[in-house]
Design a protein around this ligand. Structure first.
Ligand code: SF4
Length: 454
């Protein structure tokens, strides 16, 4: 998922449209834009599918105004209803507002149950609606920032909320800083985005990251900062660096391509192997393969070609679709891999479906040996913070040893990056969330790990 906001720029919704394209890799199931026109009236369009499928010229012409927020969605099969496509839009005595979020609130069920028992009705499964109910519960006499601060203090887990009223945008990041959220400058206005790669597309200049626990208010006075809590941490999701983000994004001062390349170098130092060529699994593992190649002196070759018009496999919702997605999306280049001992570098092993299929592809194309090197540790735990990695039952390395996994994917050898190397591949970082690898969740979970995603 990702959020994007524009304040103080004419035709803000058109900029959001281009920015959402840039962040399409973070979700392909649905998207939406809400704009505020010169009279303070909100306009929304949303739908299932890609940005290019949901919006057209006529829809965009309805989204007038110099302020807008947008969202792209990926989600599990259970919640793929139009009601869950954000931004959501609410009416309130103190004024209408729209909300979009990237993340997952871990105490959402408890809060929803408590609100429902007092008569609240929910129309969606989203944390944005939960936040709206918590804000609406507060007195409409209070300044809205106070209602937002007390609402955020009730939430536990990962969030990057954009809340837009008729005259300002509030950008709020959880106290752990689990997912990125940055601010850029565009002419006299501002852009706030889940990934800094959107700034280049939109012509904005990166200003800074929003801090964990911070609320940045963007309005005619410029930027104002407040914190909803003093208890803050630096627990950026490691999977943002490893898999999710685009290589041209910078996350908390570290470029994603530079991170992956360094992780590839460290992977070679930890797990060298005799081979002829290094092949990265496109796209997210190409940088790590380059690092492995540089450290090993082995040539890095384009042995796998991706059909770019098929969605990411691990975020498609059902196993059947994932299997089909893997078959459609990659081809091995016979003239490159035939007769070669191949080091295949990938970013992670989730269910093992993709790895098994790619090893098969390489062998069918004539590779004599396939050594799989993974630029992250063994993924043994589910994520509770909005990354749909998988359930505990489905995670290959939660249920099999590395030796068994090597056999199951059909590789000649298999090795993973250490926790230490995963952390220190990000220059200047001394902490981040590695919970799906080590089970050390930074927040209370409010449920058992075994019950996750049931
Ligand atoms: S559990 Fe894993 S995927 Fe989830 S936020 Fe932490 S590092 Fe990211």
């Amino acid at each position: 998922m990702s959020v994007l906001g524009v304040y103080g720029v004419s035709r803000a919704a058109s900029l959001i449209y281009y920015g959402l394209h840039t962040m399409q890799h973070r979700g392909q199931e649905g998207c939406g834009i809400v704009s505020v026109d010169a009279e303070g009236k909100m306009h929304r369009h949303r739908g299932k599918g890609l940005v290019s499928e949901v919006f057209n010229e006529s829809k965009m012409s309805e989204l007038s105004g110099s302020m807008a927020i947008g969202h792209v969605l990926y989600t599990g099969a259970a919640s793929r209803s139009i009601d869950n496509i954000q931004p959501l839009f609410f009416h309130h005595g103190s004024g209408d507002f729209a909300v979009a979020n990237n993340g997952n609130i871990v105490n959402a069920k408890q809060l929803r149950d408590a609100l429902e028992s007092k008569g609240s009705l929910f129309h969606s499964m989203t944390d944005s609606e939960l936040l709206a109910h918590l804000i609406k519960k507060e007195s409409s006499e209070e300044p809205r920032i106070n209602s937002i601060i007390s609402a955020l203090n009730m939430l536990e887990g990962a969030f990057a909320f954009l809340i837009m009223t008729k005259n300002r945008i509030y950008a709020c990041r959880d106290r752990y800083g689990l997912h990125p959220l940055s601010i850029g400058r565009l002419g006299e206005g501002y852009v706030v985005a889940s990934e800094s790669c959107a700034f280049d597309t939109m012509g904005a200049e990166f200003l800074r990251d929003i801090e964990p626990g911070e609320i940045v208010t963007i309005d005619h006075k410029g930027l104002r900062s407040s914190f909803y809590t003093e208890q803050t941490f630096r627990k950026m999701c490691a999977m943002e660096y490893i898999y999710f983000a685009r290589p041209d994004s910078d996350i908390e001062g570290c470029n994603v391509h530079a991170y992956r390349k360094e992780s590839g170098r460290r992977l070679y130092k930890e797990s060298p192997v005799e081979a002829d060529i290094v092949i990265g699994v496109p796209d997210s593992s190409l940088s790590a393969a380059q690092g492995y190649s540089e450290a090993s002196g082995l040539p890095c070759e384009m042995g796998l070609i991706k059909n770019k018009y098929v969605g990411r496999t691990f975020i498609q919702p059902s196993q059947e679709l994932r299997e089909l997605g893997v078959k459609m999306k990659l081809s091995a280049v016979r003239s490159i891999v035939s007769g070669k001992r191949v080091v295949m570098v990938d970013d992670s092993i989730v269910r093992g479906t993709t790895s098994r299929r790619i090893v098969d592809l390489l062998r069918s194309a004539g590779a004599t040996e396939v050594h799989v090197r993974i630029a992250s540790p063994t993924m043994t735990h589910p994520c509770f913070y909005g990354v749909d990695t998988s359930t505990l039952d489905e995670l290959m390395l939660a249920n099999h040893s590395v030796e068994e996994a090597c056999h199951l994917i059909g590789a000649d050898s298999l090795a993973f990056l250490s926790y230490d190397a995963t952390l220190h591949s990000a220059s200047g970082r001394c902490d981040m969330c590695l919970a799906c690898f080590n089970g050390e969740y930074p927040t209370p979970l409010y449920q058992k790990v075994e019950d996750a995603n049931k």
